[in-house]
Design a protein around this ligand. Structure first.
Ligand SMILES: [Zn+2]
Length: 394
């Protein structure tokens, strides 16, 4: 800590004589404060109240209080995790630029993945049971340690959860010229989204493409035909040995936007009923619902599957969606109350070119709405978890 050692030598003047900028030339003199550590898999609040699923990809986000740092610069760090025994040290995935002159508020830190130090917890750390995390070290890359005092540890707990069992059926139809079936990328996006956003650590997935019982043009009754075909297929396959807790989902390609099948679940079961089937469209979103990646089959499918887990519509946007879920707790179909209590985190998927991103709780909407920028609210997350557990016991 050069600034702490106020050497008085022939080369150095006493520190009190130095101009302020020189005085602050060392890293910092007083302990850097942290605002908290958030342990997030899909969506979380600052108290870590959202259930954590054992084995699911987990990021610990540590927020440095910028005003406790003496001067602007890059900071990185290390946490220590323990499960009742010895501590294991884990370096952060990134560095953050901290500027006490531009003190970023915690709400904005939480909605920017580059504003927190992020730690990808290893699988031993996210097994079922309690986990303690504490900040063990902050430092400037290539430089010395910053004083951190003795920050309070954060305790969380991981619970076991059942897998999602799903069989996705691509329904190949004739558009008058050619057979149209969903490209592999749409299956991949749906599978990845469910793993990232649903309250699951694993997925029992299978997929096939079969000839559809319908042909173009697709219309309002297409999803009914698709679901009838799926129900018949499911019934045959379950009698020949498929796990009866498997959800069947039909994927119908939109033929380059020429043939869009509106998605639909057969019904919305009030009790655990994995035999309820659903179907949805697949295609390139081109901005549909704020989506600009390679497929909208992901969140669209997660919505229709949500119905098969008993989820209704929050009623947003008003006039565009029925408000069949009277209990949806957040305003405007968001994933958080207006104070931004909850923030989402999408861990991303490098295989699909999807970066890890923080999802502001008041800018993102629950997957059961018809609004843009969808993710799972804590309400939907918990409800689907409870239903998965109930179905698992069938
Ligand atoms: Zn719906």
């Amino acid at each position: 800590m050069p600034a702490e050692k106020r050497r008085v030598s022939g080369y150095d003047k006493p520190a009190r004589m130095r101009p302020v900028s020189m005085f602050k030339s060392g890293p910092t003199r007083t302990a850097v404060e942290i605002r908290g550590i958030e342990v997030v898999q899909c969506v979380q609040d600052f108290a870590n109240s959202v259930d954590l699923i054992a084995g699911k990809a987990t990021i610990a986000r540590l927020y440095v209080d910028p005003v406790s740092v003496d001067r602007a610069g890059e900071i990185t760090g290390e946490i220590a995790w323990s499960r009742g025994g010895a501590e294991t040290y884990l370096p952060s995935m990134n560095t953050v630029r901290i500027d006490p002159g531009k003190p970023i508020e915690i709400g904005r830190q939480r909605t920017d993945v580059n504003a927190s130090l992020n730690f990808r917890l290893p699988c031993q750390a996210v097994a079922a049971g309690p986990l303690r995390l504490r900040l063990s070290r902050l430092f400037q890359p290539g430089g010395g340690n910053l004083p951190i005092g003795a920050p309070k540890p954060v305790d969380v707990s991981f619970r076991t959860g059942p897998p999602l069992r799903i069989r996705v059926i691509g329904l190949r139809y004739n558009n008058g010229e050619a057979a149209i079936s969903p490209a592999a990328i749409h299956f991949a996006f749906l599978k990845s989204f469910l793993l990232r956003a649903y309250p699951i650590a694993s997925i029992e997935w299978s997929q096939i493409v079969v000839d559809a019982d319908f042909r173009a043009p697709l219309n309002e009754s297409t999803a009914d035909l698709a679901n009838a075909q799926l129900a018949a297929l499911r019934s045959r396959e379950v009698s020949s040995g498929i796990d009866p807790r498997t959800h069947y989902f039909g994927l119908v390609d939109d033929d380059g936007s020429r043939n869009f099948m509106r998605g639909k679940a057969f019904t919305i079961p009030g009790t655990p009923q994995p035999d309820v089937v659903a179907s949805g469209p697949a295609g390139v979103p081109k901005g549909l619902a704020g989506d600009r990646d390679a497929s909208y089959a992901d969140w669209y499918g997660a919505h229709e599957l949500g119905h098969t887990f008993g989820r209704y519509h929050p009623g947003f946007p008003p006039g565009q969606q029925d408000a069949s879920d009277a209990n949806f707790p957040y305003e405007n179909g968001c994933i958080s109350p207006p104070d931004g209590m909850f923030a989402g985190l999408d861990v991303g998927d490098s295989a699909l070119n999807l970066a890890m991103v923080a999802l502001g709780g008041t800018e993102h909407h629950d997957v059961m709405t018809y609004a843009d920028d969808q993710w799972l609210s804590p309400y939907t997350y918990k409800a689907i978890l409870d239903r998965l557990i109930a179905e698992d016991a069938l």
